[in-house]
Design a protein around this ligand. Structure first.
Ligand code: FES
Length: 381
């Protein structure tokens, strides 16, 4: 039970005649709060120290605005496409993309926080008040409480002197606006730089290095001997039953192109596992609908890029016919179109359609028919 003394409540006429200061005092009394000290941070307006404090706060808000805008500009226009290290300039700018985003957004949020904290510290009065504990009625606020709380809020606003500090208001508005713009642009940026646009473009995520550059182009399966100039094509007799070999695309037009030969071995979506099943296992294969002719006899080719988050699924266990991804232990069944049978991966490894040409070499019959790598909503399984 509260022991505090209830203040005399004013009538409606008296309430209407009260100014804001009186309403503030009445409001604090009604809440059982006694203001002991309520100093104005800058009792003399317009001093050099006050102006300096205002400029410092404005500086932080301006930094927030500039950095927020820089983030938006970098998000949309910075060179974000991968450039190989062989293109030194392109690779340099591309490698800065993520750090630039992190720094600009981080500085913007930090500057806004510092600005708000500094303003509260320098300009908002730090009153000393004592409040008695009391039980609430729980029946909603009467008119008296509403008016006094509005007066208290208005008083706080006035005492913070924000109304007459146009520099601070303008820079705060610019900073908050830039950050707001960043939060709007962030989800839209993926559409502005739509990686699915130009799906026929060989750089599109829909395609890999296995895509023929022109209709009818032969793309061979090539092994990596450690020397990018050495072309070692793969024949069926090169693999024993139960063996696996990693292969890369090779096209005759690139035979003398040092750069293209090296890139074919480095491009991240190129590595493919060529697996030769043992005859007894091959008899148990279940093929995926639409991919019934993707294999050549007992030979099956699957991308090495895990459908979970893209690690190389480098391990093939002959005894169980399982393909293992060492990153998070996903396992794929080579006898069932490399569908996941264990671990976090939920989608099958994409299968490369292959055959053997009249010269006896393995060739791809086309690119993968679906995007490889980490699962995303465009993939069906
Ligand atoms: S990347 Fe392969 S299991 Fe996670």
């Amino acid at each position: 039970m509260s022991s505090e003394k209830e203040p005399n409540l004013p009538g409606d006429d008296e309430l209407a005649r009260m100014d804001r200061d009186e309403l503030v005092r009445l409001g604090t009394k009604l809440d059982g709060v006694e203001i002991v000290d309520y100093p104005t941070p800058w009792p003399v307006e317009g001093t050099r120290a006050e102006k300096r404090a205002e400029r410092i706060v404005a500086l932080w808000f301006a930094l927030c605005a500039i950095s927020g805008l820089a983030f938006v500009v970098a998000l949309v226009w910075w060179p974000w496409r991968y450039e190989p290290p062989t293109d030194e300039t392109g690779h340099f700018w591309y490698s800065l993309y993520t750090p630039v985003l992190g720094v600009t957004l981080g500085v913007s949020v930090l500057a806004l926080s510092v600005g708000v904290l500094l303003y509260a510290k320098k300009f908002v009065p730090q009153e000393l008040a004592i409040q008695q504990r009391h039980d609430g009625g729980g029946e909603g606020s009467p008119e008296l409480d509403k008016q006094t709380i509005v007066a208290q809020l208005a008083d706080s606003g006035q005492r913070s002197t924000i109304a007459r500090r146009s520099l601070v208001k303008r820079t705060l508005g610019a900073g908050a606006g830039a950050l707001g713009l960043a939060t709007v642009v962030l989800p839209l940026a993926g559409f502005i730089r739509d990686p699915w646009k130009n799906s026929e473009n060989k750089e599109s995520l829909w395609h890999t290095g296995w895509q023929p550059l022109f209709p009818g182009e032969v793309v061979y399966l090539r092994r990596n001997t450690g020397n990018s100039h050495e072309i070692s094509l793969v024949r069926p007799e090169d693999l024993d039953a139960g063996a696996m070999e990693t292969v890369f695309p090779f096209r005759e037009s690139e035979r003398d192109d040092e750069h293209a030969l090296s890139q074919a071995l480095k491009r991240s979506d190129n590595p493919v596992m060529l697996i030769r099943l043992r005859p007894a296992d091959a008899a148990r294969v279940i093929k995926r609908k639409g991919q019934e002719d993707f294999n050549y006899g007992d030979y099956y080719a699957y991308t090495k890029i895990c459908s979970h988050v893209g690690c190389p699924t480098s391990l093939y266990e002959q005894r169980t016919n399982r393909i293992l991804c060492p990153c998070h232990q996903s396992q794929f069944d080579a006898l069932q179109y490399a569908k996941p049978v264990f671990g976090p991966a939920t989608r099958a490894l994409a299968q490369l359609p292959i055959t053997v040409n009249e010269e006896g070499y393995f060739v791809a019959r086309g690119d993968f028919i679906e995007a490889i790598g980490p699962g995303f909503w465009e993939r069906k399984s």
